[in-house]
Design a protein around this ligand. Sequence first.
Ligand code: 5RP
Length: 229
Amino acid sequence: MPAAERPHVNQDELKRAVARAALDFVVPGAIIGVGSGSTANLFIDELAGIRDRIAGTVASSQKSADRLAGHGIPVFDLNAVDDVPVYIDGADEITAGLAMIKGGGGALTREKIVAAVARQFVCIADGSKLVSALGRFPLPVEVIPMARAYVARELAGLGGRPVLRAGFTTDNGNVILDVHGLAIPDPAAMEEAIDRIAGVVTVGLFARRGADVLLLGTADGVRTMRRAQ
Ligand code: 5RP
């Protein structure tokens, strides 16, 4: 349909459309990994409609766990779970190669853990999140509080401008440095370089373990993109 004839679709509607589309990836009878953020929240609300068809969930943040529980959806401790066939979560930026920046909501560490356990990562995002190169969105880095100044100097050495996220403590009791202006031509190499800094708990680059599937909300409908094998 020509752009001028398309009905206007706002960002929340696009998020809701991908949240609904993600239900097709829910494995019946299984434990579902559930992410954090406004798009993941909409997925949680959709999941409530089919809660009797799943065994339960593992959540990547306390906020998501609380929302799931509010819908009467069981939330398990990850240590009590052997298999997570699918993890469904949003992103702050994602490339066509399905590398992501995550952590805008500060849940990056638990997100990375659940993503590592999951066999398939389905990213749900509105079209504004698709970028040709990562880095316009400030890169979140979770840091042990006593290492904050040291890590900030190291991140500046990599070419970024780290800013402490004011008044914010992660679910793990740590702080977040949001790194502005970082050029990220090779996301996997940058992920590795930042991971190596002592005091870094997690960097919000999800490149070595990126998404397997992207459900992208566009004015023309939900577009499905898959990671090249
Ligand atoms: C939280 C995240 C979120 O997935 C990311 O910030 C996207 O959030 P939203 O769906 O609200 O745009 O990584 O730590």
